[in-house]
Design a protein around this ligand. Sequence first.
Ligand code: RNT
Ligand code: ZN
Length: 416
Amino acid sequence: MNNYQIAKEKYAAIGVDTDAAIAKLKNIKISLHCWQGDDVGGYETVGSSLNGGGIQTTGNYPGKARNIAELQMDIEKAFSLIPQKHKLNLHAMYLDNGGKFVDRNEIEPAHFAGWVDFAKKNGLGLDFNPSFFSHKYAADGWTISSADNFIREFWIEHGIRSRKIAEYFGKELGQRCNTNFWMCDGCKEAPIDRMAPRARMADALDRIFAVPVDPKCNRDSVESKLFGIGSESYVVGSHEFFMGYAGKHPEVMVTLDTGHFHPTEVISNKISAMALFSDELLLHVSRPVRWDSDHVVIFDDELRATAQEIVRNNLLDRVNIALDYFDASINRIAAWVLGVRSTQKALLSALLEPTEALRKAELEGDTTARLVLTEEYKYYPLGDVWAEFCEQSGVCAGEEWLNEVKKYEKDVLSNR
Ligand code: RNT
Ligand code: ZN
């Protein structure tokens, strides 16, 4: 008997079908964030880089992708080390403008045709994000909630155009695009008027979402935040704001980013509550260390708890999983691969739980068994099932993928 067969029997003894778990995992698409590859710079101008907007990358690891061709190569490399086919998450500032500056209120599907070709070639779906940051009209910290009408209209147009691009993605690829709206709006010091910017943002979103877009091709989502760099005292799009907004506009999803809450507040505890009142939600899986630091996702307790909530409550079809972090201090391809593989491992570990038996113990008041068994099950041979999943998917199961990344670093990245 090989390791997988032994593992399979061990799990079968507690009522878990490992083949079924693998089959389910194969169908879970994770949306890979393109912006890990170039430290959220984008390619609007040569050497564009993050400025303003409340987010920050740290680190100077060599080899970041300097243009779309390099980014695409890197993404292909990353996906070659990740089991199964997934989605790629693009930001508007990753447009292909052919070397001629195109402002955010001018973007069109044609600027993303190359990405659609790339997605088709690699069997990927696409997700999208309007970019409401790193721009001269976001430099004061306000976009669609700005009191300046010109600025506000500029960004509303950007939002509308972004949804058209998303619709084009959905149509071309035959799978729905999720468009995530995160606006950096907020301020460093406490404002006198917290309400007016929120009213302006709600109104702007109403106008953006009023433009008809085929719901089979695109679905919008709104992402809240607690604070950002330069918006420590006030963020317009707070959690309550977007919960309220989505409650009133049920066609819009809410995005939960792991790093956007108080340090001890976790998104795993929000999923079941939200799932009772909204049909779908979007996750930005990240890892906050002391603050919204966007560390690479690892197989930690909160990631496992999030996966458990999705799987235990049968929400795999209703929770859209996207990654969102940016670490410039390590090899960027390794950062991508590690994040996706860790997320898949967390999902697999949730899929291998004998949930019904544990639920029964809980209902019967046997909290002793609940605690003891969940601890014991942690040490079941998850790794052997993971290895089987990887083998069936044609990628290596263990740390050997790092050798591939190191080789690519030596052959390709170090020449940049
Ligand atoms: C920022 C948000 C947002 C961005 C990306 C680049 O705090 O998390 O999702 O990280 O859109
Ligand atoms: Zn996010």
